[in-house]
Design a protein around this ligand. Structure first.
Ligand code: GDP
Length: 468
């Protein structure tokens, strides 16, 4: 099976007992050193003075001291988990020590001397996967969950870790495996020219499956936004108020506001979280032709950043910019398709009615005053609306794909499903159909790591009792 294949590929054996610091390094009230593997309890017993852990049941806590020979290293609390009732499904010991780098180093060195090995990155979770506690998608979600820094990304990762995503996929695959099995059966009968698999039913199922695959693919766009944020460039002429606007959004003085045109030379990147969506703001040097070399570099970088942005906030000074100039300046950005632009007129506090009126009818335009902080909330709402339009509401509470690997597999599955549908509509041979269907199943199975050549056989035996 796939899982054994992964195990065979592992350079490091599961018979090792691994150890690592599971809390962040540095000083803290408590540090947690975790061991997992067949010798986890025995190794700890060699250095722990307290109850003999080998005789204790799982899910218990034990107070005692850690000793290096006669020397006491620390007073600790040991949590004992006996496999398979642990995160990795192996015996796990978690040692809570006092949170000092020195103690942690000593404790790790001690455990290594007694036969543990330092864990590789992610190895505890990898073991949980290898022992079947989590599937691949869930294991990946653990990493996302740890990295999640907004309410929304946390929610998506948690849902994936708990198997929401995998469940939906497994259901899909199950239905497809059924048909694949019927097709294989037809192939087994070879010459006899029988059709077990109802072609019309297959088309209906395939279309259903493809619709779900495509919905998941669409959700990836949003998933990516939730996980990685939206790169938003604030562009505009020098002195339009870009630094001031960024500060207003950030509510702190990160960028240096200056009266002298063209001082914002450096790209300043900062993040603002609006209802769980992270906008990564890039402040830029003014977009104007310049002879100053240093500044020219900034302008060039601005043009590059604008090309890479998902969203551009084009800021202009209402008191010095005409509607025609605004149009021309936005056009000169040469934005690639798919990059949204929001035109934001600044210094509303200084503008006359004659100056504001022309912009009022322009779509995707917002007037505000960054300096005194008028209209900032409206700007936040418009930014959010941009992302929302791209699918949050439609997707609702359902599964959101955040992982590039998953998206790639879904794309593959989509292509193979297309091939099966084409084969069916052109009355293609059973052999080709079966092969394309197997590829589609393979692509879907890659996501959860459950690919197994046994799938088809199992399905045939359980559903058709061919074994007679
Ligand atoms: P940048 O070159 O685009 O980054 O522009 P700055 O943020 O440095 O602003 C240029 C000047 O415009 C500064 O003197 C700001 O104080 C001023 N300014 C920015 N926003 C406003 C505003 O809403 N109203 C007024 N009256 N002045 C503003």
């Amino acid at each position: 099976s796939f899982q054994t294949a992964v195990a065979a590929d592992l350079p490091l054996s599961l018979s090792d007992t691994i150890v690592a610091l599971s809390t962040p390094p540095g000083a803290g009230a408590i540090a947690l050193v975790r061991l997992s593997g067949p010798q986890a309890i025995a190794i700890t017993d060699e250095v722990f003075a307290g109850k003999r852990l080998a005789e204790q049941p799982g899910h218990t806590l034990h107070y005692g001291t850690l000793r290096d020979g006669a020397q006491v290293l620390d007073e600790v609390v040991v949590s004992l988990y006996r496999g398979p009732h642990s995160y990795t499904r192996e015996d796990v010991v978690e040692i809570s020590t006092h949170g000092s780098d020195y103690i942690v180093r000593q404790v790790l060195a001690l455990l290594l001397r007694h036969g543990a090995r330092l864990a590789e990155a992610g190895e505890f979770t990898k073991r949980a996967f290898l022992h079947g506690a989590l599937d691949l998608a869930q294991a990946e979600a653990v990493a996302d969950l740890i990295a999640a820094d907004s309410a929304l990304s946390h929610q998506v990762a948690l849902r994936q870790m708990r198997g929401g995503f995998s469940r939906e996929l497994r259901e899909l695959r199950g239905q497809l495996v059924h048909f694949a099995a019927l097709l294989e059966l037809e192939l087994d009968f070879g010459e006899e020219d029988v059709e077990f698999a109802d072609r019309t039913g297959l088309v209906v199922l395939l279309q259903e499956v493809q619709a779900l695959v495509r919905r998941l693919l669409r959700s990836f766009e949003l998933g990516n936004v939730i996980k990685n944020g939206v790169t938003t460039v604030i562009a505009g002429r020098p002195n339009a108020g870009k630094s001031t606007l960024l500060n207003a959004l950030l509510n702190e003085d990160r960028a240096i506001v200056s009266e002298i045109a063209g001082t914002t030379r450096d790209l300043i990147e900062d993040e603002v979280s609006i209802e769980g969506i992270r906008f990564r703001f890039v402040d830029t040097a003014g977009l104007r032709d310049t002879t100053d070399v240093v500044e020219a570099l900034g302008v060039e970088r601005t043009r590059q950043r604008v090309q890479q942005a998902a969203l551009v906030v084009y800021l202009f000074d209402i008191t010095t910019t005409s509607l025609a100039e605004l149009q021309a300046e936005i056009e000169s950005l040469n934005l690639p398709a798919g990059v949204g632009v929001l035109a934001v007129g600044n210094k509303l506090d200084l503008a006359s009615e004659d100056q504001t009126t022309p912009f009022q009818a322009r779509p995707d335009t917002l007037l505000l005053a960054a300096g005194p902080g008028i209209g900032i909330e409206e700007l936040r709402a418009s930014l959010l609306a941009r992302v929302r339009l791209d699918g949050l509401d439609q997707t609702g509470a359902s599964t959101i794909v955040t992982n590039l690997r998953h998206a790639r597999s879904l794309e593959q599955a989509d292509r193979h499903l297309d091939a099966v549908l084409v084969g069916l509509s052109t009355n293609g041979g059973t052999e080709l159909l079966a092969a394309d269907l197997r590829h589609a199943l393979g692509a879907l199975g890659q996501i959860t790591g459950e690919i197994s050549s046994d799938d088809l056989l199992t399905s045939i035996f359980t559903q058709f009792c061919i074994g007679k």
